[in-house]
Design a protein. Structure first.
Length: 500
């Protein structure tokens, strides 16, 4: 037992050192893990949802809509198919709201106190499957009195005008996105920063939320050069997801050869995120599509393994390795099918990331119950071919073993969860004073619960234990089988692939 404690202390000490010096590329900004560096809960904390009595060590977000209906819910046809997102009463995709951020830097924040940030914002419901949840997630676009962009620092995060408020609902642990955005940043160099907060909407307590940076260009985010209007090329961010059905959707080699598969009946599409839709031209979209087609054509060519002529010419290999290791370890169902981002500085190669949306991982996907075994994503999108190259395949195996000694070490992950729970304190109980009914799966719609019904946790504590157990099972299975990943680059498999 004594040696296990010493081992845990060594791992934690190493990781704290890593966290202390980790920086976002190009910004010099160290990653902040809120539960390790911010004020802890005050003795004045009260378990209540009454705004006038609320005392919390977490920042408070107050949003005022003036009674306007918040747009963004899905419109469905009688067969349950999505027709699009609901608009405001004025026919707009967003409404204008007032936002106050109370963040005193102490352990006692109270509703109505002096605001650290006070601004107008365009506001709507956001997400894909999460739009069906009773606890909504929101998009905030900060604007000034004239309606122009109004970048602000939020809770210690870099200035920007666009933010996401994520409301954990399906994730009963309340920590999947918090924990794994932070840890993904330690692995990959950058992931959107996150901060826990508590939200009041028109004076009504809404529960525990995460204020999150969106995947967007900017200092402290994806640090790319701004698009110069009229130029036929640009730095860019793209996303693999369902089609937008507009100019943002690219036609690449992988798309028109039917290699981009999303589920059984749908295809994924590579869409432009930056530059925004208003700045895009056909010439610019063609330039970005050409970039990816060069990579894809080379990847599916006979000499794709060649270090000079092959795919390595076009991609940042290490970022693809890190991304695969994380998604495979976490069993993230969205990998390379939804919410998958890539970016490119015109002077460099295509970079995988930043990661986004960890709601559906670690056995938290609606319709799939996992036992933690098997390699799940060896045939997702480009990775079927990448893993066929011994160079890439062995880099994945080595990187996994390296990370299991530090950031993915079992003892470290268990300790991280325990410390996060301890940090959140009374905010957990306050959240479930509003949303506690969700522990009764019979009270939830089909789109708000896991199937079969017995998968749904009946308490916060059970949810945390379920997540811990799955991490342990998954990690131990991968420890025992990671070398078997090399079978996917064996000649018997790759030769058959080439002859398809």
């Amino acid at each position: 037992m004594r040696y296990k404690i010493i081992s845990l202390m060594a791992v934690c000490g190493m990781l704290l050192l890593v966290m202390a010096v980790s920086q976002n590329p190009g910004t010099g900004a160290a990653r902040v893990h809120q539960h390790l560096t911010w004020e802890k809960q005050s003795q004045e904390s009260v378990i209540t949802t009454e705004p006038e009595k609320l005392v919390t060590h977490l920042p408070i977000v107050e949003i005022y809509t003036g009674g306007k209906k918040i747009p963004g819910n899905w419109l469905m046809n009688p067969n349950g198919a999505k027709l699009g997102a609901e608009l405001s009463e004025d026919g707009e995709a967003t409404i204008l709201t007032s936002v106050r951020i109370i963040d005193s830097g102490t352990s006692e924040n109270r509703a109505g106190d002096e605001a650290a940030v006070e601004t107008k914002a365009r506001f709507r419901i956001r997400g894909n499957s999460s739009r069906n949840f009773s606890k909504k997630s929101y998009l905030l676009k900060l604007v000034d009195e004239e309606g122009k962009e109004n970048p602000q620092e939020m809770m210690g995060m870099s200035r920007h005008d666009q933010w996401a408020l994520h409301g954990p609902f399906l994730d009963k642990t309340l920590m999947r996105n918090y924990m794994w955005m932070n840890l993904s940043a330690e692995v990959m160099g950058y992931a959107p920063n996150v901060r826990y907060c508590e939200v009041l909407l028109d004076g009504t307590y809404q529960g525990l939320y995460l204020m999150m940076e969106t995947v967007s260009r900017g200092e402290g985010r994806v640090n790319l050069n701004a698009y110069e209007e009229g130029k036929p090329y640009t730095d860019y961010i793209v996303r693999v997801d369902k089609a937008n059905q507009d100019i943002r959707d690219l036609s690449t080699f992988g798309n028109y050869t039917l290699r981009m598969v999303l589920g059984v009946e749908e295809r994924a599409v590579l869409s432009v995120v930056y530059p925004g839709k208003k700045k895009l031209t056909k010439e610019l979209c063609d330039s970005i599509a050409k970039d990816f087609s060069k990579f894809e054509k080379t990847l599916y060519s006979s000499d794709y393994k060649d270090p000079i002529r092959g795919y390595r010419r076009y991609i940042d290999v290490d970022s693809f390795v890190d991304y695969y290791v994380l998604q495979e370890f976490l069993c993230n169902n969205d990998m390379c099918s939804r919410s998958t981002y890539l970016y490119k500085d015109r002077r460099n190669k295509i970079h995988m990331g930043p990661v986004w949306d960890y709601n559906n991982m670690l056995d938290n996907y609606f319709t799939q119950q996992l036992d933690g075994s098997e390699f799940r994503y060896v045939e997702r999108l480009w990775f079927d071919r990448l893993l066929g190259d011994p160079y890439f395949n062995q880099k994945v195996i080595r990187r996994y073993r390296e990370l299991r000694k530090t950031i993915l070490a079992e003892d470290y992950l268990m300790d991280y969860m325990d410390k996060t729970v301890a940090y959140l304190g009374d905010s957990i109980e306050r959240n479930y004073m509003v949303w506690g009914y969700s522990f009764d799966a019979a009270l939830l719609s089909v789109s708000e619960r896991l199937t079969p019904l017995e998968r749904n946790p009946k308490s916060f504590e059970e949810a945390v234990e379920d997540m811990k157990r799955f991490i342990q099972v998954r990690g131990r299975w991968m420890d025992n089988h990671i070398d078997a990943l090399s079978q996917y680059c064996h000649e018997s498999r790759t030769k058959g692939y080439d002859n398809r």
